[in-house]
Design a protein around this ligand. Structure first.
Ligand code: NI
Length: 173
């Protein structure tokens, strides 16, 4: 496994719609492994476009123990939401591609997704609460949508200003 470089906003790859994966082969599995290792550096989910690969692939671990380590690593190829609850919930989200920032985003409380697993097997999963939030965030990445696209323009502008300021301070150090 190898750790990959995470692209940051405003890299144009993050805004592109990712391509479907035709076949879950060893190349895809290697990417899944590398993405998982990359994700564990401070994330609960990671989408392939974030590592510069415009394919419909995500990894998630929404059950990491406090203090680090693996919880329940999950792999999703070609995930699509096939059902969502009426109920929505608000949660404060962050993203490895927008480091150090966060904002409250509204998501469906429950979703059902269809996807292919690590072995290319077709599966369905009913997810709720935190797992459902993480999955919606990551599936958005596959359509070129960042969580900051789902907040008000005013909040987005404030957040991007803070991001820019933090980057300037970092490069001055
Ligand atoms: Ni993200």
């Amino acid at each position: 496994m190898a750790k990959l470089k995470v692209l940051e906003h405003p890299n144009p790859i993050l805004k592109k719609k990712a391509q479907r994966v035709e076949k879950v082969d060893d190349e895809v599995r290697k990417l899944l492994d590398d993405m998982l290792e990359t994700m564990y550096d401070g994330g609960v989910g990671l989408a392939a476009p974030q590592v510069g690969v415009s394919k419909r692939i995500i990894v998630v671990d929404a059950f990491q123990p406090e203090g680090g380590g693996q919880g329940e690593p999950m792999y999703f190829v070609n995930p699509e939401i096939i059902w969502n609850s009426e109920e929505k919930i608000l949660f404060c989200e962050g993203c490895l591609s927008i480091p150090g920032q966060s904002a409250e985003v509204e998501r469906f409380e429950k979703i059902k997704i269809r996807y292919q697993d690590y072995d290319g097997k077709e599966k369905e999963l009913l997810a709720e609460d935190f797992l459902a939030i993480v999955l919606q965030h990551e599936i958005d990445h596959l359509d070129g949508i960042l969580y900051i696209d789902r907040i008000s323009r005013l909040k987005r502008n404030m957040l991007l200003k803070k991001l820019e300021k933090a980057r300037k301070e970092e490069s001055a150090e």
